[in-house]
Structures are given as structure tokens and as C-alpha cells.
Design a protein around this ligand. Sequence first.
Ligand SMILES: [Zn+2]
Length: 374
Amino acid sequence: MRGKGSVERADNLLEPPAASDLVRLRPDEKPRFWVTIDTEEDFDWSAPFARIGYRLDSVPALADCQSYFEAANVAPIYLVDWPIVADDRAVAILGEARAAGRCEVGAQLHPWVTPPHDEEVNERNSYTGNLPPELQRAKMTALRDAIRDGFGEAPTVYRAGRYGLGPDSAAMLADLGFRCDTSVRSGFDYRPGHGPDYRAMPLYPWWTRSADRRLLEVPVTTVFGGLLGKAGRWLYHRTSSNSHAAFARLGLAERIALTPEGIPAAKACHAIDIAVETRLPILNFSFHSPSLQPGNTPYVRTDADLSDFYRWWGVVLDHLAKRGVEPTTTAEILDMAQRNAAERLNALAKLCYAPLSRIIPPGACSSMVRAGRS
Ligand SMILES: [Zn+2]
């Protein structure tokens, strides 16, 4: 039934959602932060994609990372991919912390290293959403089952490697038991590499409507700062990358992702302020686990870079505490978003009963609300 092109808008994570599907904070709720870690193999980011030849040298560094966040009272979520879940050391480190409730484990799909291997390995096919739907589903299923077997529980949070969603992803994820996707990187355009265009996507979480089963999208947070305010985002997306550096120097418009990878701590703190003032429900931080060992990513080349990486977190966690932004977990995010949806339905029910009660029988109205039609 659900062929390409026939996907409903509310089901397609590549289309901006309706305003009524966005999750917003109640006046008495505060923004929270979530640390999401793309937990993956070490590979040369500038070389062509390859099925073999990757390394797993940075796996022991996951223990240092976990100790760091534990000491800071933060339970990060490790979005593990196929090579990681196949590594006994990784499963031991993360499994123990997970069992103690000190971290969470979700899924991250790098299709080029995940079976079944039925596609040609190239840049276009590095975005799962570009593969034939049956192959996407087969890879998602294999990864889900491997995580379930390795950690004793199926993952409920998914991130597409390279943010590579397709129009069918939300429906497939809901079918496979996922509750939450965090693959939308709002404010980024990956079309030059055959990937998705997320320029127009919101920073607020939203509910997709895959049949009856709803999936929550929690986009990765990137804000636009600068004197131009909201117009900065508009300008940024209509100009070349050469102009972007000039805009940033002049303080006019600047794109700031919540990540220690390439973003100075002072800028990240500024981005936190913007996110708090915008009342984003979730400040979704992200980085890649190979950055936990010098030499794997462009961001952490030396031991000094690694010290800076943890110093960055020190500054950022202090700033979050100062702003009253506390860490959160998947369960808390889903609770908050569910409450939000329920309150909206209640508000609708009230609207229904008050002025329309004379023309619509009350029973008809409440059954409509129960069925989740908003
Ligand atoms: Zn990745």
C-alpha cells in the first residue's frame, strides 16, 4: 500500500510537520538536554565508503566517556551501529552501565556495514533512505535484533547514519517497535551528497502518525544566532558558504550546532541561551564516539584536543546547570510529549463541548477525541 510517493505528509519525516503536531513546553515546564552519541566504528571520513577495513580502536574509550558522564550525573544515549554491537568489549562496557540505569542504548544505522549487503557501496547508498524499502527494512530489522540480543532489550530510539532518512522511514520504524527517531538535523541540507534537505524542518519535537502507532521525532539541535535573529536562518540558506563565514564574523547570522565537534564552548553556551529563550523542549546534543580517541575524526587529532573535548563538556554542563536545564532520558521525553498531546486533545474536547454541544451530540465528540483525531 505504502509505495514511494504515496506516503502521507504526517508520516514522512522529510516533510515539515503540521504546527498542531509540534510538541511545546507548558509554561511550568523547563527545557531539558539529551546527550546522544553516534557510537560507531573508526573509519577515514574523507575516503570512499567501504564494507571492510574499519577499525574499532576507540571502543575502550567508551568507558572513559561513560565515567565522565556518570560523574556529571548525565545518562547519555549511545546510538550503536552494527560493528559496535558485534564487538564484545563495547557490549560489556555499555551493557553494564545500561543495566545499572546509567546510560541508554539506541540504534544507529550505517547501511554500508550492516547486513544484508545487497546494495552497491557508494555515497548515494550511504543514506539508508535512498535504498529500496525492503532493503532498508531488512537492515533496520537486523540491527534492532542484534541490539536486542546483545543488550537484552530491543532499542526504541533510532538514528539514521548520516541523517539519511527516507519518506518511508517513520512507518517502518513504528512497525519495528521504535518509539522515537532522532535523525532529522534541522537547518542542514545534505542534497549535494544525495542526502535529505532539512533546512525547513523545525527544532521542536513532533509526532508522526504512522497508522495508529505514533513515533516521536526529536531533531538534533542546531540554532541560528546573530543580529538578524530569525531572518538569519532565511539568509543563511539563500547564500553560499563563502558568505557564511563573513556573516559569522560580522555577527549577523550564524549556524550553531550543539556539539563539541567543531563548535567552541562559548558558542555552544550562546546556542544554549537561544534554545532556552526559544523554549525548545529538548536540547539534543550529539557527537561521534570515534572522537573519544585522538586521530579518528577531524575534531580530535591529538591528546590536547581530547582534553579540550572534555573541557568543552565541563563548560557546557556548567552553563546548562546555570540556566536550569537538566538532563533527560528517552522515557521522560516520551512522557512529556505524550502529556503534551493528551492536553491538546483535552483542550479540543473542551472546545467541542462548549460552543458545539448544541449541534453535535456529546457522545460523537468524545469518541472522535478518543480515536485521536485532532
Ligand atoms: Zn554515524
